[in-house]
Design a protein. Structure first.
Length: 437
């Protein structure tokens, strides 16, 4: 089966790309099309919505963190046995960091690398014919990034729809539909962005509402035709993160949710077994595993429950006496000695590392990270270079006395300093590893 593929882009975040993408994924799935979603950039939340819409696994592709061969390898895996791939852009279509060509993290990098056209989503609220000027800019900004068609979003009336649409079509860019303003189509948000698909109590019904809106408003046949045959060269998994063990104990519950889909998929493809357990249910990592991995998530929402999880904490301590334990972001917070919640109340964590973190005075830390490992750990060996991402509001209020895990730089290579902690076989850091450099 040869898939067709299309990138869904917009001028900025908040244009409605996610709602349009999720609605289209479910609408095509209803038609019997085997459709899969991909999210560009380091967004580990939206792939969960894509999976909820299609009932098939989602994927992140990040042109800064992943080498071109790894992007090709993962994209071909996602397209295997699929008929349609919808690739949702993060932020604006051309938004990325200033770095080497086609490694900016922008969705436009993937448009060039894969030779794919773009379905442009324009939020026309507060404007009408001016939307055509924006569309014109997208059509001519980069000759290697082709606009296939346009979707108008949040139009206020039929007249508004006609004024905007006619002006855009006069440029030669087809308008394949208009979604009228409807606040019920908005997805809920929390401090790290959208609420995850698994947390939304009526997610399936909400996705169906989005699909209903897309079926009413958009020409699905024209969108399918606008997608291009996804015929790209073979890639390589050489730059993917290696499995940290043969049997991996992975914390997985409402407090531990943020693990990039490609990592779990690649570990399994390389022969590793993944055994999940729930710290919130006071479960310890299985003793017959080689490594314990605590991913990111929302431990700041459950600090009292985690502090009272005596079986989890005791079992993790025993596990760490002889085997490696690694925590990313939220997992790193739980590996520390204490976590201060939003109300300023301090909760005892596992104490396997000596730092303490706080969510009481929030400060956003966001950006790409290049990490040079200072010693062996679950994510690599000494001097390995790892590309990843950091996104959190918590901060370290007591650095502790552990060895640093890595020296890190930002996406442009500007040195930031040391990061994380290492005590024996226990390691942790705020950054999420994505791929090897």
């Amino acid at each position: 089966m040869t898939a067709r593929a299309l990138i869904i882009g917009a001028p900025r975040s908040g244009s409605g790309k996610t709602s349009v993408t999720i609605g289209l994924l479910r609408a095509f799935q209803r038609r019997g099309v085997k459709v899969r979603g991909i999210k560009t950039g380091p967004d580990y939340i939206d792939p969960g919505f894509h999976e909820a819409a299609t009932r098939l696994p989602g994927l992140n592709l990040d042109s800064w963190a992943m080498a071109p061969d790894l992007l090709r390898h993962l994209a071909r895996e996602q397209a295997d046995d699929a008929e349609l791939i919808l690739i949702e852009s993060a932020m604006g279509l051309f938004d990325g960091i200033v770095t080497e060509p086609n490694r900016s993290g922008a969705a436009s990098d993937l448009a060039r690398l894969f030779g794919l056209p773009v379905l442009l989503v324009l939020d026309v609220s507060g404007q009408s014919q001016t939307a055509a000027a924006i569309a014109c800019g997208f059509m001519h900004y980069d000759p290697d990034v082709k606009m296939a068609a346009c979707v108008l979003n949040r139009a206020g009336s039929e007249r508004h729809k006609k004024l905007s649409g006619d002006a855009i079509e006069a440029l030669g860019l087809p308008v394949v539909g208009t979604v009228l303003r409807d606040p019920t189509l908005t997805l809920p948000e929390r401090h790290l962005g959208l609420v995850q698909a698994s947390e939304h109590p009526e997610m399936d019904a909400h996705i169906d509402r989005l699909a209903d809106a897309m079926e009413r408003s958009l020409d699905l046949d024209a969108i399918f035709v606008a997608a291009k045959t996804f015929d790209i060269p073979m890639g390589s998994a050489e730059k993917s993160l290696r499995p940290p063990g043969q049997r991996i104990a992975l914390a997985e519950d409402a407090a531990f949710t943020f693990l990039y889909p490609h990592i779990k998929r690649q570990w399994r493809a390389m022969g590793a077994e993944i055994i999940t357990f729930s710290p919130l249910a006071d479960e310890a990592p299985p003793a017959d595993c080689d490594i314990c991995w605590l991913p990111g998530g929302y431990p700041e929402l459950y600090p009292a429950k985690l502090a009272a999880a005596d079986n989890f904490k005791a079992g993790l301590k025993i596990f760490a006496e002889t085997k490696s334990v690694h925590g990313e972001c939220g997992g790193y917070m739980v590996l520390g000695k204490a976590l201060e919640d939003a109300d300023g109340v301090t909760h005892a964590m596992t104490g396997l590392l000596s730092h303490a973190t706080s969510f009481a005075k929030r400060k956003m830390n966001l950006g790409y990270r290049q990490a040079r490992l200072l010693g062996h750990s679950a994510i690599g060996s000494a001097n390995d270079l790892i590309r990843g991402h950091e996104f959190h509001y918590a901060r370290v209020i007591d650095a502790g006395n552990d060895e640093p895990l890595a020296m890190i730089a930002d996406g442009r290579g500007v040195e930031i300093g040391s990061s994380g902690g290492k005590r024996g076989p226990v390691t942790g850091t705020f950054f999420h590893a994505i791929a090897r450099d």
